[in-house]
Design a protein around this ligand. Sequence first.
Ligand code: GLU
Length: 306
Amino acid sequence: MGTHRGAGRFAPSPSGDLHLGNLRTALLAWLFARSTGRAFGIRIEDLDRVRSGADERQLADLAALGLDWDGPVVRQSERLTLHHAAIDRLTAAGLTYECYCTRREIQQAAAAPHGPMGAYPGTCRDLSEAERTARCADGRPAALRLRSRTTEFEIVDGLRGRYRGIVDDFVLRRGDGTPAYNLAVVVDDADQGIDQVVRGDDLLPSTPRQAYLATLLGANVPRYAHVPLVLNQDGKRLAKRDGAVTLADRRALGESPQQVFALLADSLGFRANHPHELLEQFAPAVLPTTPWILASGDVVEPSRNP
Ligand code: GLU
């Protein structure tokens, strides 16, 4: 992708169909990129939670709404060599260690009164050689963690402003040998020349970890914009059980992709049936800063077979 002009991206996990909230985030990522003259790419983050056929349906839905992208769609699973090379560089720099903790042990240790909430407490950070050998002998597959030299890092978010958050010894490579999301996302964004990251604000708390890791790898920290999620009327994250929430659901009710697009545009405060029509009016400064609550009038219950 043209690194000289910069690039944005949408990076869905192919775990199922995109719902209206994901589609809206994709639209925003496209708008931010296109309105700043950047390239726009799609990266399928298929290292985890893959449902067969979901990637193709996600791409078809994005295209049906009128979104376009540059270059071939990138799949994270085809980039493992890059991820492992980055892990090796960190290891060579003394910035990793093996961790034998189970999820349960981490939860118990993290609940202890010391250390920031939600942070790995460093149980395996300073094991002696003998302790390490003993834990290896238990046969537990070791994860590889970052030996972080900080506990906090500050990023600047285009919508949220300054945000300071925890950096712990997060996992770089899982026990099964797969690169962890936080590692892969940083390596791929850097390698692909992505300098603008627009995504759901559920990922804001992970962003200081990712930005810090980028600095350790000698990569530029991208510009971030974390956009509000779509919530149901109970203020909870939109889910399948909330009714007609995917493009396929809406189509089954007789709505056209243009009507769905118009609904997404309306949620952003614009009237438009197509991305290019919206692009002419788009400015980040006028975006709503609060979550979009999908009203029941907006969500129609899927009709059931008699
Ligand atoms: N694949 C991640 C998700 O679908 C998004 C990662 C990102 O945009 O950085 O939640």
